[in-house]
Design a protein around this ligand. Structure first.
Ligand code: KG4
Ligand code: ZN
Length: 335
């Protein structure tokens, strides 16, 4: 079964084709980061308009790369939510229209389910594809959640952030130290040059039982440290390192607790913050010590992309799950 996947929930236009027999056939991504940079964040109306401009050319490019035409498709999957309503409607409109014209099913996919299943997109050459049950850590700009994946489609929320998401904390912290949008990856790059232990920030909510997170207090701690410092490049790097270490250790402590609570050995990490090198190394070390494993999508599939939507759509289609022809999106939507 060959499924076209379309992602337009925020500021990336992503398109891919997944084949349940031969795997990922092609994928293409257009990032709007440069468009929004001068505003310091995503401007929803500009995002919608840019998806309109880029989506059809990307669909053509992806099909060409896959060596396919639209008549080869068995279904069209798209992100139905959560996300920016205008941006979602562009993907939903194109996907549903294509599905109607081709007389194939359209499948509305939950964006976070897409992220959650992204680590299963590809075989790990060393350890094979992770199989449920496992614990998933979803860490993006909008979410920080621990989910017990009992089976594909059976998800139990174990814990989540009570305020800022981990990616949001990275972005806001970067901004307050004067780094340009989107600051998360730049803050992480800066932390590479910083010295560990010069600044030590709290590991929020690790001193009590539970699997929830809270990251908003960390950025206030950073703000105080930054204001009291000489604001040199060296200090900025040391603060970045202290902040990154606090987030990484907090996530690792909670992941270990979640594995214990769920009785699982396997951890799967998804979402943009999953691209963070130190987080990857730390979770690898933690799971190995427990005799288990951790799986990450390749960094390019940690952030928003069409491949995860095509894959989640293909699984749903194979399970006989798809909706009617109404163009409907759900900007706020629990998984
Ligand atoms: O999953 P994603 O592409 O979009 C959402 O659905 O939110 O995640 C984007 C988030 C941003 O907050 C970004 O700063 C963060 O992921 N991010 C990183 C890194 N790369 C992306 N955070 C820390 N270290 C990184 N290397
Ligand atoms: Zn995302």
């Amino acid at each position: 079964m060959k499924v076209l996947g379309i992602e337009t929930s925020c500021d990336e236009t992503g398109v891919a084709v997944y084949d349940t027999d031969s795997g990922l056939r092609a994928h293409a991504l257009y990032s709007q980061i440069a468009l929004h940079a001068e505003y310091g964040g995503v401007v929803p109306e500009l995002a919608s308009r840019d998806h309109v401009r880029k989506l059809l050319p990307l669909v053509r490019e992806t099909l060409r790369e896959a060596g396919m035409t639209t008549s080869d498709l068995d279904g069209v999957a798209y992100t139905a939510g959560p996300g920016l309503v205008g941006a979602l409607l562009v993907g939903a409109g194109v996907a549903r229209s294509m599905a109607w014209a081709l007389d194939v099913p359209a499948i509305g996919v939950h964006h976070m389910e897409g992220h959650l299943l992204a680590p299963l997109l590809e075989d790990d050459p060393e350890r094979g594809r992770p199989e449920p049950p496992f614990v998933a850590l979803l860490v993006s700009g909008g979410h920080t959640q621990l989910v017990h994946v009992e089976a594909i489609g059976r998800y139990r929320l174990l814990g989540e952030t009570l305020d800022d998401a981990a990616g949001e904390a990275f972005d806001k912290t970067a901004k307050l130290m004067g780094l340009p949008y989107p600051g998360g990856p730049q803050l992480a790059a800066l932390a590479e040059q910083g010295r560990p232990g010069v600044f030590r920030f709290a590991r929020p909510m690790t001193d009590r039982p539970g699997l929830d997170f809270s990251f908003s207090g960390l950025k206030t701690q950073v703000l105080l440290a930054w204001k009291e410092s000489d604001r040199s490049d060296a200090v900025r790097a040391d603060i970045a390192r202290g902040f990154e270490d606090a987030v990484v250790e907090t996530l690792s402590i909670k992941c270990e607790r979640a594995l214990e609570a769920a009785g699982c050995d396997t951890l799967v990490v998804a979402g943009g913050v999953g691209a963070n090198k130190r987080l990857r190394a730390r979770l690898d070390e933690m799971t190995r010590k427990r005799g288990g494993r951790v799986s990450f999508p390749r960094p390019q599939f940690c952030t928003d992309n069409g491949a995860m939507i095509a894959y989640a759509g293909a699984l749903r289609l194979a399970a006989g799950q798809h909706g009617d022809l109404a163009v409907r999106v759900t900007p706020r939507w629990d998984m």
